[in-house]
Design a protein around this ligand. Structure first.
Ligand code: NAD
Length: 490
């Protein structure tokens, strides 16, 4: 019988109160893995109530004790990384080594959150007037929640959750309904933590569950990662309901190649960036902008490297690129490619109609590269979220920056060059939140905020680092007067 996933509420595994279910499919072979509840408002009402009840005791526990659970969390993820990575690869499609890399990034966030006793410290000003001192305290908000996308089932909840609970909040994780097994297994393993019931909860579901989170009065802060239209909706609806919201959206990341860029490094890194995780990374390179004669030097080499990528089931050693997440996604990507061709683009490497022997039901698209793409075309403007790279040539660095700055997205942009002056101009003038210089995926370490501008981010404070701590706390300013003569009485 097909397994039906349960929610984890107040330290118990419970069935969803809703009646609908969704199928979770292995994108490499089309096999049904399990069913996940499509969710209900009641699930969230119950979870938020329990999380709120658990909050006073959790926030009163000294931070030095709270982080002992995080140390254990890190050990559990490390000890079980192969099992977790296998589950992730089977439901998400990325290669086993890509799944393992996610665990490393998740753990880095736990490690940073373990510094919370120091990170929660604040400023103190003595004698702002005679005998008067002023300082502030960082206090947790209450119940927090995160809503995750499908493409990083392990890492993304850890951009938020470790910080939220380390700060003294209780928490609800809502995984993507497309990849719900990975976080379910992580929560099963986290039972070994012995966390007080209600501190960490997980609820499955889709829109109804998300809407219930947005409206629930107990939930104070929401972290979202997903596509731009949903991010905008989450931000606007959450704020309307008086919540603190940070919402990371979609992207279309350009990579500028200057004529002086190192050939080997540039070609290898761009191919990894564009086709790793089958292009389903919010920091994936999706547009290469060659400057001047860089087009002649680099285009053929990028095509050759891309064509050599082995596409297949991510569990098979040697496979470098897995399938895209769903059949609908594959159809959408192929349609975008065709529309681009209809708009005048030229195909340089066609990954459509790829046959992966033994995996005829998998959602495979091979590395695809197009040039002569019109900048006002759908192909150029839309986030493709698949293994598709477009190459466009411009005359100067200024032209490249102008093109980048016209985009609705601002997640990341990278430049490949040997010129410090070009790199500096690029860093200074480009309107995006994450910049890479001779780096293909400018993914910030956990001790830096995961930035993002324009329609790639809605909110003020980002995930990870001190931003996460500020997001999941509020400051209480205290001004105290102690007259000296009162002290002298003792
Ligand atoms: P998605 O927006 O479809 O889903 C994300 C989450 O929102 C899921 O948990 C889903 O259940 C929920 N959701 C979906 N539609 C909803 C609706 N109408 N109302 C309420 N909730 C809804 O995104 P996805 O396809 O899972 O993930 C891919 C997207 O995520 C891409 O656009 C990618 O760029 C983006 N992403 C961004 C970042 C970043 O850091 N900016 C990181 C990873 C992924």
């Amino acid at each position: 019988m097909t397994k039906i996933l349960k929610n984890y509420i107040n330290g118990e595994w419970v069935e969803s109160r809703g009646s609908g279910f969704l199928s979770v499919i292995n994108p490499a072979d089309g096999q049904l893995l399990c069913n996940v509840p499509s969710g209900s408002k009641e699930d969230i009402t119950e979870t938020a109530d329990e999380a709120l009840k658990a909050w006073p005791a959790w926030r009163n526990m000294p931070a030095t004790q709270r982080i002992q659970y995080l140390f254990k969390m890190k050990q559990i993820l490390e000890a079980n990384s192969n099992e977790i990575a296998e589950i992730c690869t089977k439901e998400c499609g990325k290669t086993f080594s890509e799944s393992k890399a996610e665990i490393v990034r998740a753990i880095e966030n736990i490690e940073v959150a373990c510094g919370i006793p120091k990170l929660l410290q604040s400023d103190f000003s003595e004698d702002i007037a005679t005998g008067v001192d002023e300082f502030y305290i960082r206090q947790p908000l209450g119940v927090g929640a995160c809503i995750s996308p499908f493409n990083f089932p392990i890492m993304i909840p850890f951009w938020f959750m470790p910080y939220a609970i380390a700060c003294g909040n209780t928490y609800i994780v809502k995984p993507s309904e497309k990849v719900p097994q990975t976080m379910t297994r992580i929560f099963e393993l986290f039972e070994q933590l012995g966390l007080p019931a209600g501190v960490l909860n997980m609820v499955h579901g889709g829109k109804e569950t998300v809407d219930a989170i947005l409206e629930n009065p107990a939930v104070q802060a929401i972290s979202f990662v997903g596509s731009t239209n949903v991010a905008k909706y989450i931000y606007q609806t959450g704020v309307t309901h008086g919540k603190r919201v940070q919402a990371q959206g979609g992207a279309k990341n350009p990579v500028v190649v200057m004529p002086d860029a190192d050939e080997e490094t540039t070609v290898r890194i761009i191919a990894d960036s564009a086709f790793g995780c089958a292009g389903q990374r919010c920091l994936a390179a999706s547009v290469v902008i060659t400057v001047g004669n860089a087009a002649e030097k680099f285009t053929e080499k990028i095509i050759k490297t891309a064509a050599s990528k082995k596409t297949g089931n991510g569990m098979i050693p040697g496979v470098e690129m897995g399938p895209v997440i769903t059949k609908e996604s594959k159809t959408r990507i192929e349609k975008l490619i065709q529309n681009g061709l209809n708009d005048g683009a030229k195909m340089l490497l066609d990954g459509r109609n790829l046959n992966v022997p033994g995996y005829e039901d998998g959602n495979f698209i091979g590395p695809t590269i197009l040039c002569d793409v019109k900048t006002d075309s759908e192909l150029f403007q839309t986030e493709i979220f698949g293994p598709v790279l477009t190459i466009i040539n411009v005359d100067s660095l200024e032209d490249a920056i102008t093109l980048i700055n016209q985009s609705r997205y601002g997640n990341s942009a990278c430049i490949f060059t040997r010129s410090g002056a070009a790199a500096r101009k690029f860093r200074h003038d480009t309107l995006v939140g994450n910049i890479g210089v001779n780096i293909g995926i400018a993914a910030p370490m956990a001790f830096f905020p995961f930035s993002g501008w324009k329609e790639s981010f809605f909110g003020d404070l980002h995930g990870q680092s001190l931003h996460a701590i500020e997001f999941y706390t509020q400051t209480k300013v205290v001004i105290e007067r102690w007259h000296e003569e009162w002290t002298r009485k003792f």
